[in-house]
Every structure is written in structure tokens, then in C-alpha cells.
Write a protein that binds this ligand. Structure first.
Ligand code: B12
Ligand code: SF4
Ligand code: SF4
Length: 347
């Protein structure tokens, strides 16, 4: 196997930048790591909740080479989706829903995947070696790979943040069978800060650097299909799709810049939408409204369930009718959430 030159790496970085990526760093895909053991502990403790796909792909997920034994180098890409302002001010109006920043524009999976494929094609042509591309859904641990590549570090909230971009970075990975020169890993720079751990509305961090996904509002609003336990319904406030609290309070965001990607720019209807409008969505209206958005994946029923919990928390009597209309909804989880909201508003 040939060792490839530094100038090829510079060419890869230039191409990545031209494709709109804000960071491009390389790491060994071969070296051993502790991330696989941490993943085992996470699953053993049941912290993945109903995300069965983590458990069923555990063997491949533990290490890049368990996923693809030819992998030698990981090319890790970051795309800045910085909102430019503090999104948490939107939580102040309880009659409007909070949609997390990552889901306010086009679906990032589609956006990044196309560009990763273009870059991967270039790398394959230059090296003559096989490549594979990944964003989010594949059984590959992207955050520890990104840290090893020097893109940033996994903070106490477990996400990858960087001194240059703060907390608003999507990750994508290309694995290559070629051996390329790699970058230095990044150290952790959280110090004594605990802002993200303290702000979490559901106390989802059993310890720094560890998350219990079952308590995380991102999991509950997006991944979890059933009726929520009572304590989380109230704690959710107006968060109806994902949650950004632990990212948004991080002091390293002072260096974050607004995303330069037009397709990730927030659509008006995704920023603090009125809850009454959302509760009235039927299947067709839901699909039309969230056509290109990642939100479409969860479907109308799960989305309206989230909206109803937020209506219950709003304290706004004007929203009672919106909830009342859904008490007999054919979806039992929506109907349960509607009854809960009506009772909470009446209490
Ligand atoms: C499953 C998943 C989730 C789950 C679980 C989250 C989690 N922290 O694992 C849920 C649904 C909750 C979720 C939520 C979110 N997610 Co998510 N998610 C993933 C996914 C698909 C896999 C992550 C994974 O492997 N988790 C398993 C656990 C074990 O991994 P981990 O938390 O990283 O564990 C590490 C540390 O906790 C540590 N650790 C664990 N135990 C111990 C013990 C000790 C002693 C120590 C020192 C360390 C340690 O080591 C582990 C390995 O590095 C990745 C995409 C991918 N393929 O990687 C996206 C990904 C992590 N998600 C992403 C995003 C944007 C989010 C949200 C911000 C979305 C939102 N706004 O609602 C939230 C953030 C919530 C949070 N605080 O983490 C981005 C993060 C980008 C970044 N810059 O980090 C990713 C990378 C997708 C992408 N391609 O961009 N997500
Ligand atoms: S995303 Fe929200 S609920 Fe999940 S860990 Fe962060 S602050 Fe807590
Ligand atoms: S808020 Fe503080 S502890 Fe959390 S990731 Fe940022 S620097 Fe680290």
C-alpha cells in the first residue's frame, strides 16, 4: 500500500472547502480506541432506550474497521449550521413551539451526502483505493473519529464542539482504504465549566461526558414513539422537535459564526411556529409543510403528540380548543396527549 503525500491532503481540504464544508481533517481508522467500550457500557445500561438499531449494529459500530475491514484513513468533514443568534430566547413565548436549529432548513443528510460522494469520488480517483461515505445513519461513531482527527472535542454534553466553530457542526465521514497523512487529535477544553450539564431540563447527564438518551428531549421528541412518562411532558416546555439547550449555553459559542449554507437557513415556518397552527395539521398538511425538512421523518402523529405536550405546558387558555379537538384522534398516543393537555390547562 502506498503512503500518499501531504500535497494530496491539501488538495482534499481545498475540494472540501469548495464543496461548502467548514472543516476537513484526517484520522487513522485503524488505531484502537476506548469509544467502543464506552458504547458497550451505554447499551448495557439501556441508555439507548428504544433505539434498537444501535444494539443490533453494535458489533460493527464499535470501531471503523469492524464496520469495514479495509478502512485505513477517516476523512472527517464538518459543516457549520450556526444560527447567528441565541435560539433559546424563543423558549420565552410558551404559545409557540421550539424546533431545534438543526431542523430549520433542508434535511442535512441529503445535503451532506451528495457532497461527501463527490469528495469521495475525487479521493478514490487520486488514490486508486476504495472509499465509503457516512452521515449520521450508518453504524459508525462519528464524534470520537472527529476528535481523533482534531476537528474538536466531545464536551461534557457528549457532542463535538470546536474552538473555531463552537457547537453547531454537522459531521460526515469518508473512510478510505488508502493510508493518508493524518492530523493531530484535539484535547478536551471544557475545564471546570458545567453549563451544559446544569441547563438540561430533564437531567439527562448521569455524569459528565455521559448521556442517558432515554431522558433526552431530542430522543423523546424524535426517536421515541409512545406516550411519554409524566415528568418529561412537563419538563419539555415548548420544545417540540429536538432540543438545543446544552449546545446553546456553551461558552465556546462566542467564536461560532453564522452558517454560510443557504439550504440550512431557517425557514420562517420553522422558527417559533404558533402551536395552534401545528395542532391543526393533518397527515397531508404535515407532509406538505415539512417536505424537505428532517422533521418529515417522524410523521404527523409523533409531531402532533409533541405539540400537544407543549400546549399543555403553555398555560394559555386560548389553546384549549386546539387540544380538545384531538381528544378523539384515531392515534391513541395523540388522543392521550390531547387529554393530558386539556387537563393540564384546566388545572
Ligand atoms: C444516537 C444519536 C443520538 C441519540 C443519542 C445521543 C448521544 N449523545 O449519543 C439522541 C437521539 C439523544 C441524539 C441527540 C442529538 N443529536 Co445525535 N446522533 C446519534 C448518532 C446516530 C450516534 C451517536 C452514538 O454513537 N451514541 C452512542 C454513545 C455511546 O456515544 P457518545 O454519547 O458519543 O458517547 C461518548 C461519550 O459519552 C464518551 N463516554 C461514554 N461513557 C463514558 C465514560 C467515561 C468515563 C468517559 C470519560 C467518556 C464516556 O465516550 C463515548 C464514545 O465517544 C450520531 C451519528 C453517528 N453515527 O455518530 C448523531 C449525532 C451525534 N447527533 C448529532 C446531533 C446534532 C444531535 C442533537 C444536537 C440534535 C438536537 N438538536 O436535538 C442532539 C444532542 C443531544 C446530546 N446532548 O447528545 C450530531 C452531533 C454533531 C456534533 N457536532 O457532535 C451527530 C454526530 C450526527 C451528525 N452526523 O452530525 N443523537
Ligand atoms: S438536548 Fe436537551 S434534553 Fe438532551 S441532553 Fe441536551 S439539554 Fe438535555
Ligand atoms: S458548556 Fe462547558 S462543559 Fe459543556 S461542552 Fe461547553 S465548555 Fe464543555
Amino acid at each position: 500500500m502506498n503512503a500518499h503525500s501531504d500535497s494530496l491532503v491539501e488538495e482534499i481540504r481545498a475540494r472540501a472547502s469548495a464543496l461548502g464544508f467548514d472543516a476537513c481533517q484526517l484520522a487513522s481508522a485503524e488505531a484502537p480506541w476506548s469509544a467502543g467500550d464506552h458504547l458497550d457500557r451505554f447499551v448495557e445500561a439501556g441508555r439507548h432506550g428504544d433505539m434498537d438499531w444501535i444494539e443490533t449494529t453494535l458489533d460493527r459500530r464499535r470501531h471503523p474497521q469492524a464496520m469495514w475491514d479495509q478502512a485505513r484513513t477517516a476523512i472527517v468533514l464538518g459543516l457549520n449550521y450556526g444560527p447567528g443568534t441565541d435560539p433559546l430566547v424563543e423558549l420565552e413565548d410558551p404559545s409557540r413551539g421550539y424546533i431545534s436549529v438543526y431542523a430549520r432548513g433542508d434535511d442535512y443528510h441529503e445535503l451532506i451526502k451528495g457532497r461527501l460522494k463527490t469528495l469521495a469520488g475525487f479521493i478514490a480517483a487520486k488514490t486508486g483505493e476504495n472509499v465509503k461515505v457516512f452521515v449520521d445513519t450508518a453504524p459508525l461513531m462519528e464524534k470520537p473519529l472527529a476528535q481523533r482527527a482534531g476537528l474538536g472535542w466531545q464536551g461534557k454534553h457528549t457532542n463535538l464542539l470546536s474552538r473555531r466553530h463552537g457547537n453547531w457542526l454537522f459531521l460526515g465521514v469518508i473512510l478510505s482504504a488508502a493510508e493518508l497523512p493524518v492530523d493531530e487529535a484535539e484535547d478536551e477544553h471544557c475545564g471546570i465549566c458545567t453549563a451544559c450539564l446544569d441547563v438540561c431540563p430533564t437531567q439527562a447527564f448521569p455524569a459528565p461526558f455521559q448521556l442517558d438518551a432515554r431522558r433526552c428531549l431530542s430522543y423523546l421528541t424524535i426517536e421515541f414513539a409512545g406516550p411519554w412518562p409524566e415528568e418529561f411532558r412537563t419538563a419539555a416546555g415548548s420544545r417540540i422537535y429536538g432540543c438545543d439547550d446544552c449546545l446553546a449555553v456553551c461558552p465556546w459559542n462566542k467564536f461560532a459564526e453564522t452558517s454560510r449554507e443557504a439550504r440550512l437557513a431557517a425557514r420562517d415556518e420553522a422558527v417559533a411556529p404558533p402551536l395552534a397552527e401545528l395542532a391543526a395539521l393533518d397527515d397531508a398538511a404535515f407532509r406538505a409543510r415539512f417536505r424537505k425538512s428532517p422533521i418529515k421523518r417522524i410523521g404527523r402523529d409523533r409531531f402532533v403528540r409533541n405539540v400537544l405536550y407543549a400546549i399543555g405546558n403553555s398555560g394559555d387558555p386560548a389553546l384549549r380548543d386546539s387540544a380538545e379537538r384531538l381528544v378523539a384522534d384515531p392515534d391513541p398516543v395523540v388522543a392521550d396527549a390531547a387529554r393530558w393537555a386539556v387537563a393540564k390547562l384546566e388545572a
